[in-house]
Design a protein around this ligand. Structure first.
Ligand code: G6Q
Length: 548
């Protein structure tokens, strides 16, 4: 077996980690900290404006050494270089993976099939900037001559989650004279609620779809067109003033009736969940303005450069990714909680769910072999402190190990009395409580009745990372997103999976297409599903008929 085809669990570093795990699995963070008074500084790293404290992890120098060895044995460096070079590392779709080119400065060169893609990236950014300025200034008018007051992004998955998250995250920087809404679900309620109080004459739709064929998006886009035309007297010329598109598919865009002059392009080497900094970010740019959008891209790029050049032992995404490998592969942790102590980041965990789970929820390696180790964990989370009053109980005292990422900012964008110190005190207190807990002796010493002692014991030894950033800005948001993107890359490279395809979303889509006509048929359709699915379809048809 060559080094490249060696299975992960057969690698020397993996075997050494298995052995090492036996010696460290019971070690308590209390002991690790007591033995090394400088641990909190030693296992911390500051770069590109992010402070990353990973000392409250169940690791030693030896763990790190072996994880870094694993990164080397699995060819992480080679994989990083291949991505940045534009190699077709998305092997199942035979595509380059070049979201890093979306934030490459003007003048850089990144080749795809021999063509430098960076000039095209900047041409689209310039076109987006000109359009954004026109909408923001009121120069872009609707069909009746009114200025645009509402911008609605229609998209789903990668064409929705990034724009929603970025709008919420950067709301502080947004143009408050414009309202932004996002429609994704094929459930008509999503569209109906988004437009119920809006005037079509003041509403601009951005139809965001890489393929321009996605069922949900195209259904919503057609409903939006009907709603617009109905409200604007039925003149189809109104579409040109109230609809723009973000897509790779110009033929489908014109077929829909959108002038391709108002289409913002991106490319097949941008994966949906890695596309929020492409033209898919048009709503973000209109909200925060082109200068802030460029700051966002600069933040992404700074993290890209850090990931590409920093030695692995000082490389933030690499260390973060290796810790995920450690907990999922050895402690068998099933989930990871992301806990931003920043209200503006309320949609960040939801965004990360797609980034992490669509990327690394794979059960076969690049060559199709079924893995014999766990791959992508479940990511979830809520902003603090709200989560503390709901699910943190399980993280503190439940039976599962849930590594946590705490994210906090030194400066708030909304200074208000003592709020921010209280917020940050909670970040530090939670990480401290999780790591060190409270022993039975401590609980007893507080005068707790014996019968309650076990209930009030905190075992501790629950690991976390703490990421501290100076302030939430477009720039730091870009860095945080890129940090997770490259952590996901690191994990996928070591697991030897394709982090850039998503075949798992296909089957359900195909089956739904088959079922739609069965639900709508006027005459009883011949159902050839399993007995459960057929009965459900039948029941729906009968009840629909009876109660309509
Ligand atoms: C993301 C996925 C997926 C995609 C949506 C929307 O990586 O590919 O979430 O973004 O299915 O696809 P379209 O942009 O083509 O409508």
């Amino acid at each position: 077996m060559t080094a490249a085809t060696q299975t992960l669990t057969g690698r020397p570093a993996w075997k050494a980690l298995e052995q090492h795990f036996q010696s460290i699995r019971e070690a308590h963070l209390r002991t690790l900290f007591a033995e090394d008074p400088k641990r909190g500084e030693r296992f911390a790293l500051e770069d590109v404006g992010l402070y990353f404290d990973y000392s409250k992890n169940r690791i030693t120098e030896e763990t790190l050494k072996l994880l870094l060895q694993l990164a080397n044995e699995t060819g992480l460096r080679r994989r990083i270089d291949a991505m940045f070079r534009g190699d077709k590392i998305n092997v199942t779709e035979n595509r380059a993976v070049l979201h890093v080119a979306l934030r490459a400065p003007r003048g850089e060169s990144i080749l795809v099939d021999g063509e430098n893609v960076v000039p095209n990236v900047h041409a689209v950014l310039d076109k987006m900037a000109a359009f954004s300025d026109r909408v923001r200034s009121g120069e872009w008018k609707g069909h009746t001559g009114k200025r645009i007051r509402n911008v609605i992004n229609i998209g789903i998955g990668g064409s929705d989650l990034g724009p929603v998250m970025a709008y919420e995250a950067l709301r502080h920087y947004s143009e408050r004279g414009l309202a932004f809404r996002f429609v994704s679900n094929v459930d008509g309620t999503d569209f109906a609620e988004a437009v119920h109080d809006l005037d079509p004459a003041e509403t601009l739709f951005i139809v965001s779809s890489k393929t321009f064929t996605t069922l949900e998006t195209m259904t919503n886009a057609h409903s939006a067109r009907d709603w617009s035309l109905q409200g604007l007297g039925g003149d189809s010329r109104a579409v040109a003033k109230h609809f723009v598109a973000v897509s790779t598919n110009s033929a489908k865009v014109s077929e829909f009736g959108i002038d391709t002059a108002n289409m913002f392009e991106f490319w097949d080497w941008v994966g949906g969940r890695y596309s929020m900094d492409s033209a898919i970010g048009l709503s973000t740019m209109i909200a925060i303005g082109p200068d802030n959008f460029r700051d966002l891209l600069t933040g992404f790029h700074e993290m890209d450069e850090h990931f590409r050049t920093a030695p692995f032992e000082r490389n933030l995404p690499v260390l973060m990714g290796l810790l995920v490998i450690w907990y999922s592969g050895f402690f068998r942790a099933e989930t990871i909680a992301v806990l931003p102590y920043e209200q503006y980041l309320k949609r960040f965990p939801a965004y990360l769910q797609q980034l992490t789970m669509e990327s690394n929820g794979k059960h076969v390696t690049l060559d199709g072999t079924v893995v014999d180790y766990p791959t992508g964990p479940i990511y979830w989370g809520e902003p603090g402190t709200n989560g503390q009053h709901s699910f943190y109980q399980l993280i503190h005292q439940g039976t599962r190990l849930i590594p946590c990422d705490f994210i906090g900012f030194v400066h708030t964008l909304n200074p208000l009395g003592r709020h921010h110190d209280m917020l940050l005190a909670n970040v530090f207190a939670q990480a401290e409580a999780l790591a060190f807990g409270k022993t039975a002796e401590q609980v007893k010493a507080e005068g707790t009745p014996d019968s309650l002692v076990p209930h009030r014991v905190f075992q501790g030894n629950r690991p976390s990372n703490t990421i501290i950033v100076e302030k939430l800005t477009p720039n730091t948001l870009g860095k945080l997103i890129a940090l997770y993107e490259h952590s996901v890359f690191t994990q996928g490279a070591i697991w030897n999976i394709d982090s850039f395809d998503q075949w798992g979303v296909e089957l359900g889509k195909v089956l739904a297409q088959r079922i739609i006509p069965e639900l709508e048929a006027k005459t009883e359709p011949k159902l050839e599903h399993d007995s459960s699915t057929s009965s459900l379809i039948l029941r729906y048809r009968q009840l629909k008929e009876k109660t309509s």
